[in-house]
Each structure stands twice: as C-alpha cells, then as structure tokens.
Design a protein around this ligand. Structure first.
Ligand code: ATP
Ligand code: MG
Length: 225
C-alpha cells in the first residue's frame, strides 16, 4: 500500500531575480514497509522535499498524498495536517529542534502526551527508546547540556516515539560515529519492517545507501526516476 505519493511537486523560493527553483516536477512514491534513501548533493532540494511532505513548507504546485489522504493539490486541501503529523508522522530534522526548556526525557514524552498516552506508559516508552539509543543516562539533562550527536539521538527517539506510519529523516546519522550510525539505521529498518512504516532517509553520503530498498537520486531539484 502506498503511504507517500508526491506528484509533479514544484517549489520556487523567492521572487523575481531572487527566485530559486528548489524542486521541479518531483515524483516519488513510497509503500508501507519500505526504506527509501533520497540521495543528492548540497542544495539539490532534499530538505525542501521532506519539509513539503510533512506539510511545514508550502510547495508552489503539484500534489501530495499521505496514507490515502490528499493534503496538497496546488494548495493545501484543508485537512488537519497537525493532527496527521501528531498521529502518523515522525520527523528528524537536520537541525534537531529539541525544545530547549524541556529535558531529554520530556522532549521524547511530549508527542505521547499530546496523543493522550498516559504518563507512566509514555515515560516507559520514552526511556526504552533513549536506552536503545544509549542516551538514557542523560534523561534529566537539557538539550544545551548535551553534545550534538547526543541531541541527534534524542531527536531520533522523539521521532520514533509515536510509532509513525511515515518517518522522514534528514541526515539522521550526520553527527554520529560509524557504530552509532549503524544502530540508528538498524532502528529505521526495524521501524519499516516491523511497524510497516514508510521511511525516507536523506543523505548525501553514498556509503550510507546500502541496505535501502530503493534509492531516489535528486539533482538541481529534479528527481531522477
Ligand atoms: N527558505 C529558503 N529561501 C530561499 N531559498 C531557499 C530556502 N530554503 C532553501 N533554499 C534554496 O533551495 C535549494 C534547495 O535547498 P534544500 O535545503 O532543499 O537543499 P538540500 O538538498 O537539503 O541541501 P543540504 O544537503 O545542504 O541540506 C537551495 O538552492 C537553497 O539555497
Ligand atoms: Mg538539507
């Protein structure tokens, strides 16, 4: 079953002379249980595509369908994208976007609380993920008190907390050493296999692409299908 469908998606930033065509007629389709890489050089439109799919960046034209719901059709379709994101999506951004005044544990728990999961259960689930990512011992620290790689792992735990149907990860291993990078890739594979999630991982590192079901290549905003 198709979970992410992107058709002829175009994004032009800016106006007049300052225009940048970041995405040009991009097409992409990801099925349940698929682990897909999006590979391309810096500035090729990878982040623009991901932020468009998670509905925080307005495209210029095209279509986006998520889990059977049309969310963008030359304009937002008016469905509640925040609820959709909260219930079905996990996102790991290039900048980790942790909430600075919440602890590591609270950052991971938040999405569960918003989804009405009880306190004990959300705490257990959050600690389990933190433990798996070898960051549980930092649970009571604030993001500013931990390293970049540690923040990245907290962001990954947070994105996995609601068992998303769609997981979008923007260079999730960029700040990690090889061993921890492998652990993270293993987690993403597990999510796609066991939870049948559609997982899209952005990378510009060719060495990372082994182990993916498929690879989309993007250059100058164009996906080579
Ligand atoms: N908010 C913005 N306003 C104007 N131009 C932008 C904006 N965001 C991105 N761009 C431009 O759009 C193009 C695609 O950017 P994008 O961030 O999607 O690339 P990327 O593939 O994620 O690159 P990187 O690997 O460096 O993260 C680039 O030319 C970039 O300069
Ligand atoms: Mg980017």
């Amino acid at each position: 079953m198709e979970v992410v469908r992107v058709e002829n998606l175009t994004k032009i930033y800016g106006k007049g002379d300052a225009q940048t065509a970041a995405l040009v007629d991009a097409n992409l389709s990801v099925q349940r249980g698929e682990l897909v890489a999006l590979l391309g050089p810096s500035g090729s439109g990878k982040t623009t595509l991901l932020t468009s799919i998670c509905c925080i960046n307005e495209p210029s034209r095209g279509r986006i369908e998520l889990d059977g719901t049309l969310v963008y059709d030359d304009g937002w379709t008016g469905i509640d994208v925040r609820a959709l994101r909260r219930q079905k999506m996990g996102v790991i951004f290039q900048a980790y976007n942790l909430i600075p005044f919440l602890t590591v544990l609270e950052n991971v728990e938040l999405i569960l609380t918003l989804n009405q999961v009880g306190r004990q259960e959300s705490q257990e689930r959050a600690m389990e993920l933190l433990d798996y990512l070898e960051i549980a011992h930092r649970w009571h620290h604030y993001p500013s008190e931990i390293s970049g790689g540690e923040q990245q792992r907290v962001a990954i735990a947070r994105a996995l907390a609601n068992n998303p149907t769609v997981l979008l990860a923007d260079e999730p291993t960029a700040a990690l050493d090889t061993e921890r990078g492998k652990i993270v890739m293993g987690l993403l594979r597990k999510l796609s296999r066991e939870k049948e999630a559609a997982v899209i991982v952005v990378t510009h590192d060719l060495r990372m692409v082994e182990g993916f079901d498929r690879v989309y290549r993007i250059a100058d905003g164009r996906i080579q299908n």
